[in-house]
Design a protein around this ligand. Structure first.
Ligand SMILES: C[S@@+](CC[C@H](N)C(=O)[O-])C[C@H]1O[C@@H](n2cnc3c(N)ncnc32)[C@H](O)[C@@H]1O
Length: 390
């Protein structure tokens, strides 16, 4: 069965029965036809490959996916996919998983009468949900990619949500419609752009996926203060693509990384401890700037592979080789930074601090920049209470 009304109803029931859809958003999810926002070509992942699915070739599969539980990849390589025979490399726009969309809208904590700026229009689906709840005049959405912005504008018009879709770099916000009660980014940031704070009214909120090169998986809710600063705390675990100019450019090239000339040592810290544990890798990312971690599993042997630690800015890298049934792991480090030493020290520091979880981190943004601190307790300051309940 691929009748969109039936599929939409099923999506609604799935979200409601799993408790992921707040009642306040139920009407919007019921009313906005998700498939009208999905482009005719979407992409699916198969191993490391990105494979296109064309609506014209497989309309049933396309429709099922439009109302399925997974994120839909709607653009690759900034809209310039590889020529036939070459592989597409990166996902540059997507319609997020419906449960993530529902969770973020709930965390946004909007009330009728509020004005919202969305950064990252993508398909326009999230903007349509906002417009259904708040009215199209209350919602502005900014998309950096002109083709995506145009597609979203058309879909929004067709569906009856003629909100303002601005083709621009969202890191500048959108001053003509400021101040906003809420800013919601649907692309991740490493540094919160200050214009977002400047364009949010005091007491207003900014909700954004936030990450470090080491760990991309935090949803942060900031409360904007009257003194031009904002204080944020982690309210969820989401992984979004980064804003275009904050993308992470870390990759590894085995041929360029010669272990025979690198500094060698061993460690007893297991790879999972620094790369698999959410709380530990969050803390390592907060503590070791500019370092990405990449896991390269050996396809020929189970539980065998290499963890790479890379800082492209200083051309530093480190490797940790792992295989089953070992207690010590060989490490090689090269470049001006000893990246493994830094990661290991950050891990031990996190253990000594009592293995703090996401509730203990705070992010403060001022005109001078962004600061991350670890608080003594996870208790919530009264001004932050509402964000925490999200
Ligand atoms: C995960 S998608 C957004 C999903 C979207 N909200 C939806 O409902 O389909 C992230 C989007 O952010 C856009 N983006 C990336 N950098 C941006 C920037 N600096 N300003 C505005 N949009 C940006 C990307 O082009 C992409 O379309």
């Amino acid at each position: 069965m691929t009748d969109p009304r039936v599929l939409s109803q099923q999506l609604l029931e799935r979200l409601a029965s799993s408790g992921e859809l707040a009642p306040a958003w139920s009407d919007a999810f019921a009313a906005v036809p998700r498939h009208q926002f999905i482009p005719d070509t979407i992409w699916i992942t198969r191993g490391a490959e990105l494979i296109p699915v064309h609506r014209a070739e497989d309309p049933q599969e396309w429709m099922r996916r439009a109302y399925g539980p997974a994120a839909m990849i709607t653009q690759v390589d900034d809209g310039h996919p590889a020529r036939p025979g070459r592989r597409e490399r990166s996902i540059t726009s997507s319609a997020s998983q419906p449960n993530v969309v529902a969770g973020m809208l709930d965390a946004l904590d909007v009330q009728p009468g509020m004005r919202v700026l969305e950064i990252g229009t993508g398909t326009g689906y999230n903007a349509a949900l906002l417009a259904h709840r708040l009215g199209s005049a209350a919602v502005t959405s900014v998309e950096i990619d002109p083709d995506l912005a145009e597609q979203a504008r058309r879909a929004l018009m067709t569906s009856g949500y003629p909100l303002a879709v601005i083709t621009a770099d969202g890191t500048r916000g959108y001053p003509p419609h400021a101040p906003y009660d809420r800013i919601m980014s649907t692309a991740a940031v490493q540094q919160v752009p200050y214009p977002w704070i400047a364009q949010t009214r005091p007491g207003g909120k900014i909700l954004t996926p936030w990450g470090t090169p080491y760990h991309n998986g935090a949803l942060v809710s900031f409360t904007v203060n009257g003194d031009g600063t904002a204080h944020g705390r982690i309210v969820g675990n989401v992984a979004f693509m980064f804003l275009r100019d904050q993308r992470i450019d870390a990759s590894v090239d085995d041929e360029e990384c010669d272990e025979t000339t690198a500094r060698a040592r061993h460690t007893r810290v297991a790879p999972y401890s620094v790369a698999g544990d959410y709380d530990a890798s969050l803390a390592i990312g907060m503590t070791v700037p500019g370092c990405s971690v990449i896991m390269a599993s050996d396809p020929r042997a189970e539980l065998t592979g290499t963890l790479w630690f890379v800082d492209p800015d200083t051309h530093s890298w480190a490797t940790l080789r792992y295989q089953p049934h070992t207690r010590t792991y060989p490490v090689h480090q090269s470049g001006p930074r000893n990246l493994w030493d830094e990661v290991e020290a950050a891990y031990h520091g996190w253990c000594q601090a009592g293995r703090p979880g996401p509730q203990r981190w705070r992010i403060t943004v001022t005109p001078e920049g962004q600061q991350v601190t670890l608080t003594e307790t996870s208790a919530i300051h009264p001004a932050e209470k509402h964000a925490a309940g999200a």
